[in-house]
Design a protein around this ligand. Sequence first.
Ligand SMILES: Cc1ncc(COP(=O)(O)O)c(C=O)c1O
Length: 360
Amino acid sequence: MTNPGILHPDMNLHLDRNENLYGPAPKCFEALRSIGLEELSVYSRDFTRGVKSRLSERLARELKIPEAQILLSEGSEDMLKQAVHCYLGPGEKMLCPSQSWWYYQKVAAEVAGETVTYALNEGRDAYSYDVDELIGLYRKESPRVVLIASPNNPTGNSFPDEDLKKLTEAFRESIVVLDEAYWGFADSLNEHIESLISRYRNLVVLRTFSKYYALAGARIAFAAVGTSLSRLTKFSARYLGYNRISETLALAALDSAEYYEAVSRQMRADRQSYYEMFARFKEYRCFASDANFILVKIPPDAKAPLQQFLQTKQILIKFFSEPEFLNCVRITLGTKEQNRRLQSALLEFLEARQAKEGLA
Ligand SMILES: Cc1ncc(COP(=O)(O)O)c(C=O)c1O
């Protein structure tokens, strides 16, 4: 697959934001060009048919759950906010990973909730969760809401299906939000929505069109929700419909399975080539990832020179200020060509340092 990829208007190669730089499938562009005036100037009439939209109907069919249990939102950030604002009261506890997307703690603070964090274990080649420890913490803290991120940002690890079942079983007394923003980049697809949602009535599974489907700018996502969550279902209902342009794009994306599978396959191959490249440099450690990014631990004294060096190449990767990741960088997987460009810059930097150290 040859694709030069999306380049930001500032002309830097942005491998720092976990966007999908292959861009959306060609069918999305065709759909955008053929959007009619009626879609732009009138409300959808889907509500009068007793459904939210054509998109929620389609998702319900594909995921084999009732349409009433599919909610739509402007990105999963929006649905996460709705769920937390709906269920977490002042002083109530939300359990979430300590090394994860900063927004989880921010959204709990918005409603004066208290966050209790659980740590991920840093292994030699991968981060992991300790499921039994997490269940122990849950029993001790009795949180109102539990946040599970799989794959987690920025560590890239996910919960195997068996663990997800065990956790949702143990967390029956709470609202469980499972954030699967980075679904679709793992070697196996983890198709568990139907079985989890039919079994756990307090579960919200968040999926977005931003990452796998490369539609971050369209701001569209969905949640599959258990049957006990009628408060959230009512809270999120929009009687005049949703953004019809974004819905049209999302439907075209769902029609383009082959395109996205090819993109994901290429990203998985490129992820592997990063693992192999970093394995040649013993001071650098790459953590196994199921997402469209990888986390790499680097020597502390390499941080500033690497940042400066990549600036000269007009390439941005993520350098952290959070204490847990001070010595780490997160690299978003771009297109094959973009990944080659970063890899050759990294090799130049790493080999030059190695040669200098060899001389010292
Ligand atoms: C873990 C995680 N969840 C959710 C989101 C939000 O995605 P969106 O609102 O575009 O669906 C992000 C954004 O980067 C993320 O990293």
